[in-house]
Structures are given as structure tokens and as C-alpha cells.
Design a protein around this ligand. Structure first.
Ligand code: IVH
Length: 668
């Protein structure tokens, strides 16, 4: 290609690629497929290789430079980078706002900007005539380390500011962070390579930025949000809110959840809303930053010990913690699945003390490389059972790789692992665990009885006082009082709660019967379709498949369950105790924004249990079924999804939803 054509084409490619980067990171509205981006990128790289004179400093190909031979140089920020004073209560927010009001003379209106407090690391980017000249870590706030070569590899950081009216000099400040999804894949990769996993996204981001070889930083999933400016020449901005818009127009990604409010009540309300909603985000936020909006007010308020009086960080309790994994125990579920779980050294996470966590299966435990005796990172998301993220730090204490027992810990039957399934199972239908676990399921989930906990059920079982659901309804106050922890009053209350639970809807009773493969959704579908237990009990397989979400295999399993005399006796026994065996108002479908849609969920979700996800969808009017068909609106895919469901969905052109998509859907 002649030089002049090459120059024109290179400029065009640079423009297209930079526009795609801005669309992706700044506007959150991608305009190009990854493959198209890669093709244009390769074309530009080829032109530049042929005509080295055409290489521009802001070319997207120039993000990964040569490794540093020496340590990072120290650089002095043009203006110091302060830090934020913390508040943790509503009262403290109100007190601060009152102090702000008084210092400003008492009757000026004060507007605030709220931003998520990203848990990453603060950096300072200096742009000269629109070009990224230097990027540094915060350091001690006055002097930081020059990590320009590494920051250039982060695509969310513009190498050149957008627009014509660029200032001669400006410091742009913000947070470099690692998205949670990237953090997980990075750790999986590190572990697979025999390297040490990183304990949290913040450390992962910091470690990635301190690499001598920028190609390593480039391989790390880092991103960036800008949240302010430092020293600047040639820009005239009056408020923080205006500054955020200005930064966005100039090509910097601004967190989409930043907002401006005009009362302190709204400040507190939004801060609390985010404490819950943060579980939806793909990055960690450890609080909300509250800033007085007007720069003239900021200037009059000033700072105390490099902490501005015009801003506060409203912090929540951290959602991750490090603790010792003492033991891995096995619990046999009500369907015979062997569920490993972790006994942890008690630790506070997000304001709650936790001492156990779920571990999905053998493969999952060994993929995460966790062993008894290790220090592990535990994480709580929303209200969900805590999870173990992985080992913490380099010092492994555990020596024994985890293996599932070969025999059921309760009945000694040899366990099986069906082809293609992740779970080990005890095949013994008479295994005591099934009785105990289904009783626990009755008390904790199906009937949700207040005042009777899992421990009490286990004690009652061990003492032989309650070995079935009907026996639970015959339990007396005196029998309960014989257990530790029950006095006359609490035992009386518990017995009353058990009695009251006889009124639970038919679908809950069905769910609690422990019919194979009948979870929440199927139980509701069956209750709705058949109306009474007699109709259901006498239904043929052909009649059963007519109900929503029932395939031939499930129909056969249900019919078989009802053919068993012992099961029929259980139904009669519960009926004579006056539990409900007819559908009522509760089984009527809900009208809502999702009425008319049908969803299927496959795999394990991280932030919700299956039941919670199903209940949330149904509460909005959606139907949830267990099999994919052309009528399915969407397939929600968690971890370890069922292959056949995925294939079916792809074939039928059913949209695939991630857990994040589901969260968005539910947030409507
Ligand atoms: S403003 C004068 N805004 O929190 C300090 N900081 O102690 C101005 N951070 O070092 C900081 N998100 O690493 C600000 N939206 C946000 C932030 C944020 C995270 C971090 C930053 C800073 C620390 C404050």
C-alpha cells in the first residue's frame, strides 16, 4: 500500500477502534462484535508494521509496551490526592450534613452527588494537550508510583481524550478495579497454572498494576471508573456533577449509578438501597461516596488532614473475610445427594457471624483447591448462604486432597455417581438421612414453622420422638420441654406454630411430601392442574404429562410414588390431621409485568437459591417450568448448566440469560 493510502487507512482504523472502545466502556452500548474489533485491530497492526512511521501514540495497538528494566519511578502528583473520612450510620450522615449546613452559613441549599465506592485502587492520570502523559498510583497521596506502561494496557482508560476543547493539563482521578467475573476466571487460570490464587478483587487489581511486564497487566481483566479531577488548566467547571458529565464527554467511563440529590434524606435512602443492590453488580463496592456538589461550597468547606470536609464515605461491613476451614463434612439430602459442607472458624462477614458454608461437590472443591486446615476466603452475597471463594494466601496448611466417601456416611450403602452428574448419591431409598432431611425440609421450607429449628428436628429425630411428618403434628408440649433450649413458653409457642402450619397451601404440602423430582415449581403446577390430591393420586401417566412442566419421566416417577402403599398411607394420615389437599387462592397464577412469559432455570445460581429465583419470577407473573420448548421465553443459566437444556434452547432459538440478566429482569 502506498504511504499516503496507508496513512489514511491507519487514521480511519484508529478512529473506528477508538470509537468502539468508547462505545463499550463509556457509553455501555457496544457497536461492534469482538471478532470485528479484532479484525480491524489486526489490519491496523499490519499497516503499522509495514510503515513504522505511522505509529501514533494513541493507536490502540500501542497499549502494550516494553517491560520495565528497573523499579517504578516515584512521581509527585500536581495536586495531592486526599482520602475520605468514614461514616457508618444514618446518624453520622445527618450529623455531617448538619455540620456542612452550619459551616456554609446555615441557609444555603446543598446538593450532593452519590457514587458507588469502588473497591479497587485510586490512580491519577495526567493528560497533556489531550494525550495520556502519565499515570500513577495514589501512594501516600503526595508521591505515587509511575505505572503509566501498565495503565496504558487498560482499554477503559483513554490514551487520548475525546473532543476539540482539551485542556493544556488535567489530572483525572478514578479507580482501577477488577470485575468479579474476571476475578473468578483469573483465579481459575492461576490455579490451573499451579500458581497462587489472589484473595480478593482489590489485591488482584493492585498486583496486576504492579507487574514489571505490561503484557501481564494486559492479560488481566482490569477496568476503570473516573470519579474526579485534580490540578487542571483551561477548563471551567462549577460543580462535581458537571465534572462527571464533562469527563464522560471526553471519553472517560463514569459509573452509571452516580446520582445527584438535593436532600440528606435521599442521601441516606440511596445509601441503604445500594447496600442491598450491590449484589447485582459485577464489581465490589464497599460503600457509597457522598460529595457536596458545588465547587464553591467545597472550597469554603476545605479539608482537615487531607480529608475533605465536603465528602464522606458511607461504608458497609465487608462481604468477604478470611477464616480457617476446619472440616469438610457430608450431609445426605432428602433425595440421597451427598452434599459436602464446610465447618469454618466463626468469622464476621457483612455483619453476620458465619460458621459454615456450602461446597457444591467434589469437583468444585478440588477445582478451587481447598483442603481441610486451609485459610479460605468466604463471601456472602445478599442473604444467600456463604460460599468459599478459594484458598487465601500462599501458605497451604491442609495436606489431604478432598475425596468423597465411597459409602454413605449414614447407612453405609455404596454411593453412586450417575454418568454426567456432578453429585454423588446414596441409592438406598430407606436411608435414614432421607427421612431426617425430608423432615427438616418440611419444617424449614415447606411448612416454614417458626420456633422449631433444624437442631430441634435433629434432636427429636435422634431421640426417636419424631420420625415422620405426621409424628411432628402429634408432638406435645411436654415432649418438647424435655429438649435443651425449650421452656414452658417456648415449647407452647412451638406446638402452636406446628398446629398453625396445618393451614399451609396444598402446593406446599405437595412439595413437602418429598416426591422424587417434585420441587416448588412442579408442586405448584400439579396443584393448579389437578386441584385435589385425589385427582392427582389417580392420574395416569398420560394425564400427568398434560400438566405444565411434566415430562414422561417425571410423570412416571410421580405415578410410581403414589402407587406405593406407604406413601398413600402418609397422605391419608396427613389428611386425617386436617392438612390441606385441595388447591386454594394461593395456587391461582399471579398477574404481573411478566405474565405470559415462561422461564426455565438450569445450573446453580450464585446469589439466589433455585427456589428464590423461581419464587421471584412467579411473583412477577412469569411461569417457571423444568423443560425447554419453543414456548420458553428465556433459559436462565447458572453454573454447571444441564447440557441438554442448553442445546435445546439453542436449537429452538430460546434466548439464554445469565444470572446478571435475571437480576436485571427481576429489578423491573
Ligand atoms: S473521591 C479526597 N470517589 O476511596 C478523596 N473515592 O479514601 C477523593 N474511592 O482512595 C476520593 N470510589 O480509592 C472517591 N467514587 C469515588 C470512589 C473513591 C472509590 C476510593 C479511592 C480513595 C478512597 C477514599
Amino acid at each position: 500500500m502506498p504511504q499516503s493510502d496507508a496513512a489514511a487507512r491507519a487514521a480511519e482504523l484508529r478512529r473506528l477502534l477508538n470509537r468502539a472502545i468508547v462505545a463499550y466502556y463509556v457509553d455501555d452500548a457496544p457497536i461492534m462484535e469482538d471478532a470485528a474489533f479484532d479484525a480491524l485491530y489486526d489490519e491496523l497492526a499490519a499497516i503499522e508494521a509495514e510503515h513504522p512511521g505511522l505509529v501514533a501514540p494513541d493507536s490502540p495497538t500501542q497499549r502494550v509496551g516494553a517491560p520495565l528494566s528497573d523499579r517504578f519511578q516515584k512521581v509527585r502528583h500536581l495536586s495531592p490526592m486526599g482520602s475520605l473520612e468514614k461514616v457508618t450510620t444514618d446518624e453520622a450522615i445527618a450529623k455531617w450534613a448538619e455540620d456542612v449546613r452550619k459551616r456554609l452559613g446555615g441557609d444555603e441549599p446543598v446538593a450532593y452527588v452519590l457514587e458507588p465506592k469502588i473497591d479497587g485502587l485510586a490512580i491519577n492520570l495526567t493528560y497533556e494537550n489531550g494525550l495520556l502523559a502519565r499515570g500513577a498510583t495514589r501512594g501516600d497521596g503526595v508521591v505515587g508510583e509511575d505505572v503509566t506502561v501498565n495503565l496504558r494496557t487498560i482499554r477503559a482508560i483513554p490514551l487520548r481524550m475525546l473532543g476539540e476543547d482539551v485542556p493544556a493539563t488535567i489530572e483525572v482521578r478514578g479507580e482501577v478495579y477488577m470485575p468479579l467475573s474476571g476475578f473468578r476466571t483469573l483465579n481459575e487460570r492461576l490455579v490451573a497454572e499451579g500458581k497462587q490464587a489472589t484473595p480478593n478483587p482489590r489485591n488482584a487489581a493492585a498486583g496486576s498494576l504492579r507487574q514489571k511486564d505490561p503484557s501481564i497487566t494486559a492479560s488481566r481483566p482490569l477496568s476503570f471508573w473516573a470519579y474526579g479531577i485534580g490540578a487542571h488548566e483551561g477548563v471551567d467547571l462549577a460543580t462535581h456533577w458537571q465534572t462527571l458529565q464533562w469527563l464522560k464527554e471526553h471519553g472517560f467511563p463514569i459509573n452509571p449509578f452516580a446520582e445527584r440529590v438535593e436532600t440528606v434524606e435521599e442521601v441516606a435512602a440511596h445509601a441503604h438501597e445500594w447496600e442491598v443492590r450491590r449484589a447485582e453488580l459485577d464489581y465490589e463496592i464497599d460503600g457509597i461516596v457522598i460529595k457536596v456538589d458545588a465547587f464553591d461550597q467545597q472550597a469554603r468547606l476545605g479539608s482537615l488532614h487531607e480529608r475533605p470536609r465536603w465528602a464522606r464515605a458511607f461504608k458497609w461491613a465487608p462481604m468477604t473475610a478470611v477464616t480457617r476451614l476446619n472440616r469438610i463434612l457430608i450431609r445426605v439430602g432428602r433425595t440421597g445427594a451427598l452434599n459436602p459442607w464446610a465447618v469454618l472458624e466463626p468469622v464476621e462477614v457483612g455483619g453476620v457471624t458465619i460458621s459454615r458454608a456450602t461446597l457444591h461437590n467434589e469437583e468444585d472443591i478440588n477445582r478451587k483447591e481447598i483442603r481441610e486446615g486451609d485459610d479460605v476466603v468466604v463471601q456472602r452475597a445478599g442473604d444467600v448462604i456463604p460460599q468459599i471463594v478459594g484458598p487465601a494466601g500462599p501458605h497451604r496448611r491442609g495436606t489431604k486432597v478432598f475425596r468423597m466417601p465411597t459409602h454413605c456416611p449414614l447407612c453405609g450403602t455404596e454411593v453412586v455417581k450417575p454418568e454426567g452428574e456432578a453429585m454423588h448419591r446414596c441409592p438406598n431409598r430407606a436411608c435414614p438421612s432421607r427421612g431426617l432431611e425430608s423432615l427438616i425440609n418440611w419444617v424449614m421450607a415447606a411448612a416454614d414453622i417458626d420456633g422449631v429449628g433444624e437442631q430441634s428436628v435433629r434432636r427429636l429425630w435422634d431421640l426417636g420422638l419424631v420420625r415422620s411428618v405426621p409424628e411432628l403434628y402429634r408432638l406435645t408440649r411436654e415432649q418438647l420441654m424435655a429438649l435443651d433450649g425449650y421452656g414452658e413458653i417456648s415449647a407452647g409457642n412451638a406446638v402452636a406454630a406446628i398446629e398453625a402450619s396445618k393451614a399451609i397451601p396444598f402446593s406446599r404440602v405437595l412439595f413437602g411430601l418429598n416426591i422424587p423430582d417434585v420441587g416448588w415449581v412442579t408442586a405448584q403446577n400439579l396443584a393448579r392442574h389437578f386441584g385435589t390430591v385425589d385427582a392427582l393420586m389417580n392420574a395416569t401417566q398420560e394425564e400427568l404429562v398434560e400438566a405444565e412442566g411434566i415430562g414422561p419421566e417425571r410423570a412416571e416417577a410421580i405415578a410410581e410414588w403414589f402407587r406405593d402403599d406407604e406413601n398413600r398411607r402418609l397422605v391419608e394420615d396427613l389428611r386425617s390431621l386436617e392438612l390441606r389437599f385441595e388447591a386454594g387462592d394461593e395456587e391461582k397464577p399471579v398477574e404481573g409485568p411478566l405474565t405470559g412469559s415462561r422461564y426455565v432455570i438450569t445450573g446453580t445460581l450464585e446469589r439466589l437459591t433455585r427456589e428464590q429465583a423461581e419464587a421471584a419470577l412467579e411473583a412477577l407473573g412469569a411461569k417457571v417450568s423444568d423443560s425447554v420448548s419453543s414456548k420458553t421465553t428465556g433459559l436462565v443459566v447458572g453454573e454447571e448448566p444441564g447440557k441438554s437444556k442448553l442445546t435445546k434452547a439453542e436449537k429452538a432459538g430460546v434466548p439464554i440469560l445469565s444470572e446478571a440478566d435475571l437480576a436485571k429482569l427481576l429489578a423491573r
